[in-house]
Design a binder for this molecule. Structure first.
Ligand code: NAP
Ligand code: GDD
Length: 329
């Protein structure tokens, strides 16, 4: 029997790599979109880290190029499409608002068009974000909480989110949005605060640096593990009826608390090393995010398996190991 085929955009990112690993374990034939880069050494480093680089099929393409997306869709004919590609770093979205709009917003519309034209029976997942809640309108955010985006990134994601709803309602696509709260892992990009902290802690522990400069330590996030969250993406596409789901842990802590846990894991004291640096502050901040994953628990049978303490420990240990072996990610 033919293996079920999935196409993942953003396969070289954190979630794409974990999702590819998960789908391979389910017996899928996994295809991914790869944007051309002059720096060949960084391409696929996460897939290599997971040991699956040779198990996936990569296709040259870019979210901003609809003709290329159509070609890939026609070649692969996927049963499931996961649109994870984006300019995903919120802080950069103020420096590159139009690029962020093109990739994170219009890029999703390009993907929906490619599916509608070339593979209308494929099931589609859109990577929506808790960042869309921005200036929160309810203390605990669920699928019915109104959005209030606070960054060009969030505004672009909101457009992509509503386009996904629109294509579902207008064209009958099996299209679902996962409104995922922050999720981290050893494969997290180094510019995001959790990985910046665990990498910094590891460097301090190994005597490679003494200080760690951070921005707003009071911001609170609902942090989970990417490995748990990609399973929710898959579960959404296994439902008869496409819908939108909040994926979160239901616990929120401040950046300072994440930091304290990471330093403590390495036997260090945060106050001895952390300094505040204006350069890491944002023009507008999302002060607190806290999700209610009840609908996902009820309809999908999904629940997070990794606690914050387990996540912090895994990330610090991975960074210590990488630095000891002179590896980069
Ligand atoms: P990530 O690590 O930053 O990965 C982003 C991926 O998008 C990379 O594979 C990147 O390719 C690719 N990409 C960027 N621009 C592209 C373009 N123009 N054409 C094709 N591919 C492009 O992000 P992530 O943390 O895995 O997140 C996955 C998705 O979920 C993103 O859409 C993100 O916005 C969303 N999300 C993430 C979180 C979270 O907490 N992680 C929460 C909610 C939503 P390169 O490797 O070439 O850069
Ligand atoms: N990156 C970073 N660097 N953030 C810092 C720093 C620092 O030095 N110091 C404090 N922070 C604060 C930020 O101001 C923010 O309030 C919080 O830490 C988290 O920042 P990030 O880790 O960059 O993540 P994010 O919450 O802005 O965005 C992530 O989560 C979204 C879901 O809510 C990204 O993964 C987005 O793509 C995702 O949609």
């Amino acid at each position: 029997m033919d293996r079920k085929r999935a196409l993942i955009t953003g396969i070289t990112g954190q979630d794409g790599a974990y999702l590819a690993q998960f789908l391979l374990s389910k017996g899928y034939e996994v295809h991914g979109l790869l944007r051309r880069s002059a720096s060949a050494d960084v391409i696929g480093s996460r897939l290599r880290w997971l040991g699956i680089a040779d198990s996936v099929v990569l296709h040259d393409g870019n979210l901003t190029d609809l003709s290329g997306l159509l070609r890939v869709m026609q070649e692969v004919k996927p049963a499931e499409v996961y649109n994870l590609a984006a300019q995903s770093f919120v802080k950069s979205s103020w420096q590159q608002p139009l690029l962020t709009g093109s990739v994170t917003g219009l890029g999703a519309a390009n993907m929906l068009e490619a599916v509608r034209i070339a593979c209308p029976d494929a099931r589609f997942y859109q990577a929506s974000s808790s960042e869309m809640y921005g200036l929160i309108q309810e203390p605990v955010q669920s699928e019915t909480t109104p959005f209030y985006p606070r960054s060009p990134y969030a505004a672009a994601k909101l457009y992509a989110h509503w386009m996904t709803v629109n294509y579902r309602e207008s064209f009958g696509l099996h299209a679902s949005s996962g409104i995922l709260f922050n999720h981290e892992s050893p494969l997290r990009g180094i510019e995001f605060v959790t990985r910046k902290i665990t990498d910094g802690v590891a460097r301090i522990k190994l005597g490679m640096q003494d200080k760690l400069a951070l921005g707003n330590m009071d911001a609170k996030r609902d942090w989970g593990h990417a490995r748990d969250y990609v399973q929710a993406m898959w579960l959404m596409l296994q439902q008869d009826v496409p819908e939108d789901y909040v994926i979160a842990t239901g616990r929120t802590v401040a950046v300072s608390e994440f930091c304290r846990l990471a330093f403590e894991h390495a036997g260090l004291t945060m106050e001895d090393h952390v300094v505040q640096d204006e350069r890491y502050m944002r023009p507008a901040e999302v002060d607190v995010l806290l999700g209610n994953p009840e609908k996902a628990r009820k309809n999908l049978g999904w629940a997070p398996e990794t606690t914050l303490e387990m996540l912090v420990a895994e990330m610090v240990e991975a960074d210590l190991q990488r630095l000891r072996h002179h590896e980069h990610l």
